[in-house]
Design a protein around this ligand. Sequence first.
Ligand code: ZN
Length: 66
Amino acid sequence: MSQKSLKPGNSFTPDRCWVGESQKISYKTREEAELAARCAEYDHHLPSKLKVYKCDYGDHYHLTSA
Ligand SMILES: [Zn+2]
C-alpha cells in the first residue's frame, strides 16, 4: 500500500521501526504479528520459523527469523 494518511496535529504512529541498520515492520499486538508471520510463511512456503518479539524501542512487536 502506498497511501499515506498523515494527519497534522495527530501524533504519527509509525508502522515501521529502525532496528539496527534495518527497518522492520512493527505490529501493535503479538496476535497481529503472529498472524503476519503465519501469512508470510504460507506465502513463501516457509517452515514455521518466524518468531515474534517485543521491540526494545517501542510498545510494539516485530518478527525475526534469526
Ligand atoms: Zn520497534
